[in-house]
Design a protein. Structure first.
Length: 241
């Protein structure tokens, strides 16, 4: 997915089978958003420009989700409980992303109350600066909280929609996914899966071992790819959808 609204839209003329893929693409976007918020350094954390950039990212997620929701609505699917549940889940995700954008816009406004020198270690008015920064930090925390389950909910919606497309005869070419593959895909989309590549490759989902056979089967189907966490030969790698 791209943060550009026009480039991120879903074409309603695309085949139904692309809709779960677009939904699944939301998961790493939510994960990256969460990770980047969490790893903000103190100096960047209190920059109005950085807050504005994060607000733009959250708004882009909202637009993208709304585009997918509209494409599902216009796809001519029977309004089964599963389809209605997926659309409801997407509406909630869009609302959560929009709420996060509002929190971050508030952060931008709050931080503009302080000149740069007031956020330095030596401030002319440390109590006022501390209060403003505390307010900003509270809103940043809230933005992270409301999008906390975005990745997991995106994966669930994608899986439910893919199953419903098969049930309604709209996705005959979809390859079945085993329970192990589904669990691995869910973990990958949520950012929980890594591979240690030293003398041999070892997969991990959080602290538990993950079958490399499952990982390679997902890679062979083109469903996941690897990205180095440390860009050196033999480094630990993360998997992304």
């Amino acid at each position: 997915m791209t943060t550009d609204h026009n480039a991120g839209t879903v074409n309603p003329q695309e085949t139904d089978t692309s809709l779960p893929a677009h939904l699944l693409a939301l998961a790493p976007e939510f994960t990256a958003f969460q990770d980047d918020l969490y790893h903000l350094g103190a100096k960047k954390l209190y920059s109005p420009d950085v807050a504005a950039a994060f607000a733009t990212r959250a708004a882009a997620l909202t637009w993208y989700i709304q585009d997918i929701h509209n494409s599902i609505r216009d796809a001519g699917l029977f309004g089964s409980p599963v389809v209605l549940d997926v659309r409801c889940r997407l509406s909630l995700l869009a609302s959560q992303a929009a709420t996060a954008a509002e929190y971050l816009r508030t952060v931008e406004t709050v931080l503009q109350l302080l000149p740069p020198e007031e956020t330095a270690e030596v401030s002319r008015d440390p109590d006022r600066a501390r209060d403003v920064l505390r307010r900003a930090g509270h809103h940043i925390y809230n933005a992270g909280q409301v999008t906390q389950l975005g990745a997991a909910d995106s994966v669930r919606a994608a899986a439910d929609l893919a199953g419903e497309l098969r049930a309604q005869g709209r996705s005959k070419a979809v390859q079945p996914m085993s329970p192990a593959q589904y669990a691995a895909m869910h973990g990958i989309a949520c950012g929980y899966v890594t591979v240690d590549a030293w003398s041999e490759e070892v997969g991990w989902m959080r602290r538990e071992r993950l079958s490399m056979g499952t990982v390679r089967s997902l890679e062979a189907r083109g469903w996941v790819s690897r990205e180095a966490l440390v860009r050196n030969p033999g480094s630990r790698t993360a998997l992304c959808t």
